[in-house]
Design a binder for this molecule. Structure first.
Ligand SMILES: [Zn+2]
Length: 375
């Protein structure tokens, strides 16, 4: 049986869009949107293709997503070649099936059905699509958002198609994400011979009590929507490889996933105070890769919850777990941001897959959200 959502998902999977290469996916989407009367504005930066498309005016609901995919891994371990979509027992296999070409197809088909019923919809329907979410995310959504903000574009509601679900489509909806920041810490000592420690200064010995305190710190207790902030040491390096040399430096890299109880500035201050207290000689630099955001309630959350309830007879859980997403950039526009997409059990894995029926349901949910907000 012909299903437009599955058909379009397969067309997109056939284009091997390894991040940040779009490989022709956006051209397919743009042709479909132009046929619906959308104005399409390409916003390409560096090696990254993006576009912003809109139809109508007024209160704006945007669908956001990415056409790029992560590498396939060992192709011989795939049951079918990763860029040759295959359906077996109602499950569609292929790289990007769940993350997130299935969602993109569901959005486009939902827009087609919505516009067929409401050619003169009252609000504005928009699409914000990038080919750089999975890799560096430097020339993608962040740049488009900056451009839109510079000209005061309106964005009230944004639905991101990231695979949010756990077991059935819509069981989990993400209404925020934790912030993420990384510290690169160097503790300086004095290199020397292990037999003459009084002539050296061992940075590992000096750092251990401070690191111990860092690990034991309770940063916050989280809140209704966020788990407690967590800190994890990711990399530690010291030593020359020789057993008779006291190292001159210790490098420690650690990452925070933080809730809306804290800001990056508060965490930086607390870490610096701790290092000062231990009287270490150190250098420290920070990379903030995302601020936390939260859409606690409002029209978009309501519309999403109702759409899921209507089609799946379950009440979705609102969670903020998982890694960062492009929602962190879009939230800066002051928009309500929610992520609703397919089951994420196989994303980034060998034999990535999604239930075909779930994509059809997802498309119906997207359409119902459009109807509630801008019909
Ligand atoms: Zn994704």
């Amino acid at each position: 049986m012909f299903c437009p959502v599955i058909e379009l998902t397969q067309q997109l999977i056939r284009r091997p869009s390894l991040s940040p290469d779009d490989a022709g996916c956006q051209a397919i989407m743009i042709a479909r949107l132009q046929a619906l009367g959308f104005t399409v504005e390409p916003m390409n930066f560096g090696d990254t293709l993006n576009f912003w498309a809109w139809r109508g005016e007024g209160e704006t609901l945007a669908f956001a997503g990415h056409t790029d995919v992560v590498p396939t891994g060992d192709v011989s371990r795939w049951i079918n070649p990763p860029f040759e979509p295959t359906i077996r027992d109602g499950v569609l296999y292929g790289r990007g099936a769940a993350d997130m070409k299935g969602s993109l197809a569901a959005m486009i088909v939902a827009a087609e059905r919505f516009i067929a019923h409401h050619p003169n919809h009252k609000g504005r329907l928009a699409f914000l699509i990038t080919s750089d979410e999975e890799a560096s995310a430097t020339h993608g959504t962040v740049k488009v958002v900056e451009t839109l903000m510079a000209r005061n574009e309106r964005l009230d509601y944004c639905l991101v198609g990231e695979p949010s679900s756990t077991e059935i489509v819509g069981d989990v909806v993400k209404n925020g994400r934790r912030g993420s920041m990384t510290a690169n810490l160097t503790i300086h000592g004095v290199q020397g011979h292990v037999a003459y420690p009084h002539l050296a200064d061992n940075p590992v010995h000096r750092a251990l009590p401070a690191l111990n305190e860092l690990v034991a710190t309770e940063w916050d207790q989280g809140n209704e929507f966020f788990p407690p902030t967590s800190m994890q040491i990711a990399n530690v390096q010291a030593g020359t490889g020789s057993n008779n040399v006291i190292p001159g430096e210790l490098l420690v890299q650690f990452n925070f996933r933080f809730s809306t109880e804290l800001t990056d500035a508060m965490i930086k201050q607390q870490v610096q105070a701790l290092l000062e207290r231990h009287q270490l000689r150190y250098s420290l630099d920070w990379q903030v890769s995302g601020q936390p955001f939260l859409t606690a309630s409002g029209k978009l959350v309501n519309a999403v919850v109702k759409a899921v309830e209507h089609y799946n007879e379950i009440k979705p859980q609102l969670l903020t777990t998982g890694g960062t997403s492009d929602g962190r950039f879009i939230a800066r526009m002051g928009a309500q941001v929610v992520e609703l997409g397919p089951v994420n059990a196989t994303i980034h894995k060998i034999n990535e897959s999604v239930k075909a029926a779930d994509l059809q349901l997802l498309s119906r949910m997207y359409q119902r959200i459009m109807e509630q907000l801008i019909a």
